[in-house]
Design a protein around this ligand. Structure first.
Ligand SMILES: Cc1cc2nc3c(=O)[nH]c(=O)nc-3n(C[C@H](O)[C@H](O)[C@H](O)COP(=O)(O)OP(=O)(O)OC[C@H]3O[C@@H](n4cnc5c(N)ncnc54)[C@H](O)[C@@H]3O)c2cc1C
Length: 459
């Protein structure tokens, strides 16, 4: 087949994984030809929508803040939530390189990142999340994009990769792309890095691999159709953890923006349509979403004015939700019950029990021990919420160099994967194995490894 252009490395998908991979490859070997192919007409993957929080152990930012951490503790924390799974060795590898990754992002990729000290989020015993000061993944992406431009890495928008090209020996040697007006191009390369994210926007694949969440609202970008996972499978690649995903228990309804879990961590509670709590909210936003799917909505997250203000102070998306009327306030339980159209005595009983539990200093009957700022006090605040799917965590099996593996453990020559296209580290099934930051750690961590190893292995 005639080839329209030749590159050393082609990256499929201009998200966090793809841009990191391209920059890592080019930083390693500045003279190579690297290009990024993106099906959307602009940067619009899930990384853009995220809060940009990436966990890392023993970074210089943690040391400066006096946080004692190391990969061993991080690995314990990750497995403490996910349990062993089908990509356990990737958990080890990502924790080991996590500090190097964050410092490389700052020093080489010129991403502005700080240690998040106002919250730890689910699963982390110490302050370990690093994110842009704005806590917006869009800023992380803009910094990566600026660096890619400065390195003269072309990002070709509106070019969906439709197929991988292979040699008679089964090595990947390029891709076919298609523009929205039907123009088809054939591009050759020594390596292809799949950075297309997972399949959370593809209801058919969801029904097959993650049926319990397949009808929930999806809070991510439409590009996550899972095609790269299918191409890999067609070439004989193994897949791992296909039933795992990240859900979020508190997407503001109908606003669609995130009610950050900090509201819970500072003492908020979640009630069902009858005004009853139905679980320990501190198990985390992903695991709690699974519980919501088994109960009757609409759901409400209830906090008080102090929790609302402390949270809004550090997190712009929540501050915007407050400013836009998504968090309403009531002077007492009666007014709150009226506003939520919930039975007043039930709601009052629920709030009184939560107040008592926070005072008691021991686990309540759901097992909740942590009440953040302490017992809730009037005036109260509430937001209507819905559980949502954020991204899938299952994908192509990769090794510690992000090379895609076959069932027999051999790697498919020329093929790498990261982010949602690769098997993640959040357990093998369901939402409960997700630890905050697992999505971006897999995206940027495997992107970093894929970029470096693909550049290193060029002939
Ligand atoms: C609202 C929200 C908040 C989140 N917050 C966090 C967080 O704070 N921390 C965390 O760790 N995780 C978070 N996540 C999850 C995280 O965003 C994802 O795990 C991560 O962004 C995946 O990165 P990626 O590079 O694989 O995918 P993306 O950033 O989605 O990039 C994939 C790109 O590939 C393109 N593409 C797809 N198919 C093709 C094709 N055939 N040809 C060309 N291009 C293609 C897509 O258009 C897209 O631009 C969040 C997710 C959501 C939805």
């Amino acid at each position: 087949m005639p080839v329209d252009a030749t590159f050393d490395i082609l990256v499929v998908g201009a998200g966090g994984c793809g841009l990191t991979a391209a920059i890592a490859a080019k930083a390693q070997k500045p003279d190579i030809q690297v290009a990024v192919l993106e099906k959307a007409d602009r940067l619009m993957g899930n990384t853009m929508l995220s809060s940009g929080s990436i966990p890392a152990a023993n970074t210089r930012f943690q040391r400066a803040a006096g946080v004692l951490d190391n990969p061993k503790i991080m690995i314990e924390d990750l497995f403490g939530i996910s349990g062993e799974h089908e990509a356990s060795e990737i958990t080890h590898q990502l924790a080991i390189i996590s500090a190097e990754l964050i410092e490389w992002l700052v020093d080489v990729a010129h991403v502005d990142m700080t240690l998040v000290e106002s919250y730890k989020h689910i699963g982390h015993r110490v302050h370990r999340l690093h994110s842009p000061p704005s806590r917006k993944g869009a800023d992380l992406m803009h910094d990566l994009h600026k660096t890619a431009q400065a390195m003269e890495i072309p990002i070709v928008y509106g070019n969906a990769v439709t197929q991988l090209l292979t040699s008679p020996e089964g090595a990947v040697i390029g891709v076919m792309t298609k523009t929205p007006d039907g123009a088809i191009t054939s591009l050759a390369s020594q390596s292809v890095i799949l950075a297309t994210n997972g399949f959370a926007a593809n209801r058919e694949l969801l029904a097959k691999f993650c049926p319990e969440i397949s009808n929930a609202p999806y809070g991510g970008s439409p590009g996550s159709q899972g095609e790269a996972i299918i191409w890999g499978m067609q070439l004989g690649a193994a897949t791992v953890n296909m039933g795992a995903y990240q859900a979020h228990a508190s997407l503001a309804d109908p606003h669609g923006s995130l009610v950050t879990w900090t509201v819970i961590e500072k003492g908020g509670i979640i009630v069902d349509s009858h005004g009853r709590r139905f679980g320990n909210e501190t198990i985390g936003y992903s695991a709690f979403a699974e519980l919501e799917l088994q109960h009757e909505g609409p759901f409400y997250v209830i906090c008080d004015e102090r929790v609302r203000d402390v949270t809004a102070n550090g997190q712009p998306e929540y501050a915007e939700l407050c400013a836009n009327g998504g968090v309403f306030q009531a002077n007492d339980v009666q007014a709150l019950a009226r506003r939520l159209a919930i039975n007043e005595s039930l709601l009052s009983e629920t709030i009184n029990q939560a107040v008592e539990a926070a005072r008691a200093g021991q686990p309540d009957h759901f097992g909740r021990l942590n009440w953040g700022l302490g017992p809730l006090t009037a005036p109260f605040c509430a937001t209507r919420i819905t559980p949502a799917l954020f991204h899938t965590q299952g994908g192509l099996q990769v090794d510690q160099h992000a090379r895609v593996l076959r069932h027999d453990g051999s790697h498919i020559k020329g093929l790498y994967a990261g982010g949602g296209a690769a098997g993640g580290i959040s357990g093998f099934k369901g939402a409960a194995g997700y630890v905050s930051g697992n999505g971006l750690l897999t995206a940027l961590g495997l992107g970093y490894l894929a970029g470096q190893s693909s550049a290193r292995e060029l002939r």
